[in-house]
Each structure stands twice: as structure tokens, then as C-alpha cells.
Unconditional design. Structure first.
Length: 316
């Protein structure tokens, strides 16, 4: 655990013989790099620039929008992902895009066996702690969420790690399942399509299944949700056979979000990113999760704990 820098910002690095992880306190403890040192492979989409002081102020604002320039690395989305009305106060402004945590100065503590970030919401009475440690090629991420106020808090959490995967890579989700579709562009799906078989197959844009990563020239994007409560295998597999394997506490986060962006979002930009997102609910925003009876409710003074494990696997 050492001090580091990311562009012009102070950062902290966690490293062993297999993995190097870098996080930036001023970006909401965003993990900006996850490298397999055995192969040199970077698993996270890289930010081209820190944006300087002007971007720092804009990203921390209550009305900040998570767009193409902000879409890199690994954040935590809480208490919502997409903006939505505030369920605790309908007269208040909408909940912030991608939640309260990203892009805001956060304390990161270095300990004997890892690093820990602690967030307090400027709006809601909760505290989130995320502790990360390395165990060989395994990244162990332990979360603790506390409701600090006098009333129950409905929340939607999503692990928002944007993966750098070359065309031809594979998203391993086994066995095949039915997926909920909340956004799509460029695939040629019917406008009212709400569900699709994963990994699917034939679309108006071709016959490549959805689990095969496409190039930025495809001009496509889609957001899907799968029921992950049965504990199926989840991994990103590069064309060389390297894998980033996901495992997590399904009792707390029984859904998996899949974000595919091959030049289809934002409009007019050529971004390329994929995300496999353990989440507490198969919904884009907290109000939708509440309406469906799928929000995670944290009782006053109670502690909600869960763990995510990322295993970096080199080609064989």
C-alpha cells in the first residue's frame, strides 16, 4: 500500500505479486486501474484525463451528469443509478445521476492488509464503507452500509466497474437465462422489447450473440438485467483466455446488470465499454425498484454487510 498519482491527482495503490489496484480519493475513491501484473493486462476502462479543478467541481455537484467523459474505472452507485424522484421527499430535487458517491472527495485509509474508503451522503443519512484487500490474484471487497437516521432507508446499490475488453472477448454468464432489457440502441430490437434470451442470437444488426464483445464501429448500446439469485458463473474473458471472474453475496445482491456500449452511448461519441454489475435490484433507478418491491431496505441503526470477490485469471 503506497501513495501514488493518477494524472494530476493524489492516489493510493494496493499491490502484490499478481495484482496492482489504484484508487483516487478526490474522485469518490474511484478505482482507476486494476492490472494483472503477471500479464500486464488492464481490466478497467481508462480515463483520458482528470479534467483539472473545473471538472472536479462539476463532478461533485448535486446536478452532475455521468456522461462519456466520466465513464471510466470502478465506482459504487448508491442510493440509485439513474436519476429519479426522491422517495423520502417528493418535493426535493431528483436523486443524483449514478448516486451520491462518485466524483466527490472521499477518505481512503491504508491499513496493514488493504485500503478502505468511507462515504457519507450529503443528502441521506447513511454511511458506506468499502474495504479492499488482495489475496494472491483475488481482490476481496467487503462492504458495510449503515442507516444513520431515524427511519428505514430504501436503497439501490450497483457495483459500477467499466471493463476494457477487446472485440471478440466473451461475457461468460452460465447457464443461459432470460434477461430484462431496459435500454437498447442500434441493435434493431423492437421499441417495446422488454425481455430477451441471454446470450440471444439473431438481431437486425447481425447474428453475433450478445455475449460476444463487438467493436466501437457497431454503434450499439444496451442495458440488461439477469436474475443472479441461483448463483450462476459470471466472468469477462479476453480473446487470449484471460478472465476476470465475479462472485458475490447473492442474498444481498440477487441481480446482475450487463452494460454493453459499442459506440452507441453517449450519442455522437465513440465510447467502448462493458460492465458486469452485481446489484441489489434489476432496475435502473431506486423509484422503479421501490415500485416493484425490489428495493433493499436498511433499518435504522442496522448494518448491512456483503462481499464481492474478483479473481484475475491468466491465460492457460
Amino acid at each position: 500500500m503506497v501513495a501514488a498519482r493518477w494524472h494530476d491527482r493524489p492516489a493510493v495503490a494496493l499491490e502484490n505479486d499478481a495484482v496492482r489496484l489504484v484508487a483516487v480519493p478526490s474522485l469518490g475513491a474511484r478505482v482507476v486501474s486494476l492490472v494483472d501484473l503477471r500479464s500486464g493486462r488492464e481490466w478497467l476502462v481508462q480515463g483520458a484525463t482528470s479534467g483539472g479543478e473545473e471538472a472536479a467541481a462539476a463532478w461533485a455537484a448535486d446536478d452532475a451528469v455521468f456522461g462519456g467523459a466520466e465513464a471510466f474505472g470502478w465506482d459504487e452507485c448508491l442510493p440509485t443509478v439513474a436519476p429519479c424522484p426522491d422517495p423520502l421527499d417528493p418535493t426535493a430535487p431528483a436523486l443524483r445521476d449514478h448516486g451520491d458517491l462518485w466524483g466527490r472527495q472521499t477518505v481512503i485509509e491504508l491499513g496493514a492488509d488493504g485500503l478502505a474508503a468511507t462515504w457519507t451522503s450529503p443528502r441521506w443519512p447513511f454511511t458506506l464503507r468499502r474495504a479492499i484487500r488482495l489475496d494472491g490474484p483475488l481482490v476481496v471487497v467487503e462492504y458495510e452500509l449503515v442507516a444513520d437516521g431515524p427511519r428505514p432507508l430504501p436503497v439501490l446499490w450497483s457495483m459500477h466497474a467499466l471493463l476494457a475488453l477487446e472485440p471478440g472477448s466473451t461475457l461468460v454468464v452460465e447457464p443461459a437465462v432470460r434477461a430484462r432489457l431496459t435500454h437498447h440502441a442500434g441493435f434493431g430490437f423492437a421499441d417495446d422489447l422488454e425481455a430477451i434470451d441471454w446470450p440471444g442470437g439473431s438481431t437486425a444488426a447481425g447474428t453475433a450473440p450478445l455475449d460476444r464483445v463487438r467493436g466501437v464501429e457497431a454503434g450499439q448500446s444496451a442495458k440488461l438485467y439477469l436474475d443472479a439469485s441461483s448463483g450462476f458463473a459470471v466472468a469477462a474473458r479476453g480473446t487470449d483466455g484471460a478472465e476476470l471472474r465475479f462472485d458475490w453475496d447473492r442474498a444481498v445482491a440477487p441481480a446482475l446488470g450487463i452494460w454493453l456500449d459499442y459506440g452507441g452511448w453517449p450519442t455522437g461519441e465513440r465510447r467502448h465499454q462493458v460492465a458486469l454489475e452485481p446489484t441489489t435490484s434489476p432496475h435502473d433507478d431506486l423509484m422503479s425498484a421501490i415500485d416493484a418491491g425490489r428495493a433493499r431496505v436498511v433499518e435504522p441503526g442496522s448494518l448491512l454487510r456483503w462481499t464481492v470477490r474478483l479473481e484475475l485469471v491468466v491465460p492457460t
